[in-house]
Design a protein around this ligand. Sequence first.
Ligand code: PMP
Length: 435
Amino acid sequence: MNTDRSAALFERARRVTPGGVHSPVRAFRGVGGIPRFIREASGSRLIDVDGNSYIDFCMSWGPLIFGHQDPDVRAAVEAALSRGWSYGAAEAGSLELAEWICRRIPWVEQIRFVNSGTEAVMSALRLARAATGRARILKFHGCYHGHVDAMLVKAGSGLAEAASPDSAGVNAETAANTLVAPLDDLAALREVFARSGRSLAAVIIEPLPANYGLLPQRPEFLQEMMQLAHTHGALVIFDEVISGFRVALGGMAERLGVKPDLVTYGKVIGGGFPVGAFGGRRDLMEQIAPVGPVYQAGTLSANPVAMAAGLATLTKLETHSPYALLERRGAELADALGSAIARAGADLRLQRDGSLFWLVASKASTPGALVRRVEAIPRAQRERFAALFHALLERGIYLAPSGYEVGFLSTAHSAADLDQFVTAFEAALGARSAA
Ligand code: PMP
């Protein structure tokens, strides 16, 4: 596979941009090698600047649930564009999208649009602190909530001790107001609440953690977490940036039959354009400026082109309801990859939930046991995934370039695309065991 042009662009990019990229994982550090510079994309396909074609299972990290350049989203975007692309004033596109969401998702009584998931989380945390008059936030090890200072933390040495910064530039004082608990550990959670529950403004969680691999949580864990939060006067924030509109229209909250106090969205809600949102209980949302004292704003917030892409995506999700199809495709893919893994006797497993999947270098000797927490991810994951990633890339399969990121299916992935993935996967396993 010729990658000369990507290599030349990468070389140039590194001179003017840290690591040559505008978001770190794109640099392929987790897998090594030259990041592919993408020239164009359509349906399930990416084409790079050297003319190589790939079936894309990264899908812009989740927004493109209908694939690249979906014709309905494109038509809505073009119509919006023909009227202008930013007004910095009240307009009806964001109203339509807000009404659409509030009508269908009962726990979202009001919503505000921002430009990214990070912004949505940042604003929801500020609101939670204001509403409760408390400073501390509880998060879970293995959940990602964007690059908000308070969330760029790692667990301290003891259980629920104040976290320490996980990035240079995050103050210890900021990190000290974040507590970190392990996923899938009710005993630890109860202890955190017993010790610190009354000082918590909010608990934030990805109800389907999908940023450290895919770490499905037991419903009992999520339900007790909500109960503990509410008994201790803390708010529950569901970060549904990935799961919102993807696992169901109402995301994981719908699936679990629960009502978080606040919810954050991103990705699918903008149909591939920069959109995030936070919403929830009216009494909380009305504390946001200009009605209430919690300041929050954005020059390009609710950009009309992005709003049109979002509305086209969400209305199409409702009219086409692709969830059963995505589940079926996901199940077929999981079956086929699972058989290939068994035939090759590889220490690998596919964890999947609907259209999200993750290949984990888990021992075949523990079949059936889901990896639900970070500590259970085998040490070999990074290295094993890197080898597999390149063997697949060579064969025209583009996965997210890190062993800790999930794969995304879209409705644009045909049965033939999945067959091609399986064939490449079998060859990749063979090549690896022969190596
Ligand atoms: N929360 C979750 C659950 C996410 O997956 C992400 C991004 N992957 C974010 C927040 C941050 O979103 P953004 O990258 O749009 O800032």
